[in-house]
Design a protein around this ligand. Structure first.
Ligand code: C2O
Ligand code: CU
Length: 549
């Protein structure tokens, strides 16, 4: 098949995103982002980004000696009256955040972590669309943080308690007072009870911490877990289920020689924040290099990139394809055949992998050249029952003419005199400035995300799902000098795997990414932000308000 100009453009976009990402820049130079290492800036100058600190080189660890842990299911602890006064009582869960220690690998000492229900990832919620539930999120953590808080960051000042948590269910259409507003944090000994109505399509949601100014540290410590919504349409598809449905929560970390989580700190005394964190050690469901025994048949993998800053480009060593069936907000119209799955932080991929005919093989899931985990294909097993239909869920495009408003919003990075990044802002505004985005409930808007920085940013809006319209490169220099978007190429459509409902979108550098949003759900105060957690914590987050219609 001849490569069309469009395909080339599409390829080059992904490539551009990858080439300009700091990780790849460093990797190309043969350097790593490990603490204390040199990294390259886009202008080619090398500088020391963070304090030197010894870390465990994951290449020295034995491969595939730990079985892949499967997180437990969250257990109902009772039934409570619904806050809206409805007659039915709602399932009630009580989840405690606790400190605990667990081995990340057979040959390492136990690693101190903070987890929901004392596990990382936390227990998996499973529920049906339209069936509400309540969760009491209990902060039972210690009073002291074990990762480096930067008190110069807004919302993390030295007069505030060190340990603060608030839970956000990412991807949920939830009322504002159950959404986990970053300033609604509470301290050890306190809790908050949230209502999740779950009036939305089957999808992979995930819950994680969202406390103002320290989200990056709380999630790095382990405060994340999955929340699966199912529905009848999905069940009717007869996708692989039960033990053939495997959650994969993948994230990167750094470990000190004593096996403890290491979070890098800057070279500035008293201001430890660093602009990005890329750990060299990849963890899946709480283990490094785990393995999973599989039968020669179809499996459904529910994948989350739970990293602070690293993207994953996942592939299988057997060269076989993934069939991507869903994205952040649920099923795609039909499966997309892919040899690489690109996931930025907070993005999810719902995929089917077929191990039939691979009896006896050991297949490694890789991120670029890094090994992530191994599938060991057994020689037999019961007959295949799962299927992979050609048609999944129709996705109706939101028409552009239905939009009542178009907003142009910049993503900007601010450097100090030495060229080091000090903060990133959305539309040039700080968190504390008055709310500027006030969409009206039940209206449609188009948001143009104008990325003026050299990096790709995964942008997430709370409460809503959206569709990606297109991405179009523009000239940053002209924008900076004349405040005008001068396009330097045609727009290109979303990748095939992005053609479903999304809640997080990769905004490429030097590109205007257009999304179309139907503000359905609840009125009130929510947030939108970059999901690179170091950016989010340092002002790359803004409140937005959905007004009553
Ligand atoms: Cu995944 Cu505002 O969050
Ligand atoms: Cu960002």
């Amino acid at each position: 098949m001849p490569i069309t100009r469009r395909q080339l453009l599409k390829e080059s976009t992904i490539l551009a995103a990858m080439l300009t990402s700091p990780w790849t820049r460093a990797a190309q130079a043969g350097l790593t982002w490990c603490s204390g290492s040199e990294v390259l800036q886009s202008d080619g100058r090398a500088f020391l980004k963070s304090q030197p600190h010894p870390t465990i080189n994951p290449n020295t660890l034995a491969r595939f000696v730990d079985p892949l842990p499967i997180p437990s299911r969250a257990k109902i602890s009772g039934y409570r009256p619904s806050p809206d006064g409805a007659r039915d009582k709602l399932p009630f869960y009580r989840i405690e955040m606790r400190e605990f220690a667990e081995r990340l690998h057979r040959d390492l000492a136990p690693t101190r972590q903070w987890g929901y229900g004392a596990s990382v990832p936390g227990p998996i919620f499973e529920t049906q669309s339209g069936k509400p539930l309540m969760v009491e999120w209990v902060n039972s953590l210690p009073e002291k943080h074990f990762l480096p808080i930067d008190h110069t960051i807004h919302g993390a000042e030295a007069n505030l308690p060190e340990v603060r948590t608030v839970v956000h269910l990412h991807g949920a259409k939830a009322p504002a007072d159950s959404d986990g507003y970053p300033e609604d944090w509470y301290i050890p000994g306190k809790s908050a009870t949230y209502l999740y109505p779950n009036h939305q399509d089957a999808a992979i949601l995930w819950y994680h911490d969202h406390a103002m100014g320290i989200t990056r540290l709380n999630i790095y410590a382990g405060l994340l877990g999955l929340f699966l919504i199912r529905d009848d349409l999905e069940s009717a598809l007869n996708l692989p289920s039960g033990k053939y449905e495997i959650p994969l929560v993948i994230y990167d970390r750094m470990l000190s020689p004593d096996s403890q989580l290491y979070y890098p700190v800057s070279l500035k005394a008293g201001a430890p924040w660093v602009p990005e964190v890329y750990g060299d050690t990849i963890v899946v469901n709480g283990k490094i290099f785990p393995y999973l025994e599989v039968e020669p048949r179809k499996y459904r993998l529910r994948i989350l990139n739970g990293s602070n800053g690293r993207f994953f480009a996942l592939a299988l060593s057997s060269g076989q394809p993934f069939y991507q069936i869903g994205t952040d907000q649920g099923l795609l119209p039909s499966p997309v055949v892919l040899r690489n799955i690109l996931l930025f932080p907070a993005e999810r991929a719902d995929v089917v992998v077929d191990f039939a005919g691979k009896e006896g093989q050991r297949i490694v899931l890789k991120h670029q050249s890094k090994e992530v985990m191994q599938f060991r294909v057994l020689s037999g097993g019961p007959k295949e029952t799962g299927s992979l239909p050609d048609r999944l869920r129709p996705v109706t495009a939101i028409t552009q003419s239905s939009a009542t408003r178009t907003r142009s919003l910049t993503l900007g990075e601010y450097l100090d005199a030495s060229g080091e990044s000090i903060l990133m802002l959305l539309n040039g505004l700080h968190w504390k400035m008055p709310v500027t985005e006030k969409p009206v409930l039940n209206t449609v808007e188009i948001w143009n995300l104008i990325n003026l920085t050299g990096d790709a940013h995964p942008i997430h809006l709370h409460m809503v799902r959206f569709q990606i319209l297109d991405r179009r490169p523009f000239d940053i220099f002209t924008y900076n000098t004349q405040k005008q978007v001068k396009f330097i190429g045609p727009p290109f459509p979303p990748e095939p795997a992005e053609t479903g409902w999304k809640d997080t979108v990769r905004a490429d550098p030097g590109v205007v990414t257009r999304i179309i949003i139907h503000f359905e759900g609840y009125p009130g105060r929510y947030v939108w932000h970059c999901h690179l957690l170091e950016h989010e914590d340092n002002e790359m987050m803004r409140p937005y308000e959905i007004l009553h219609s």
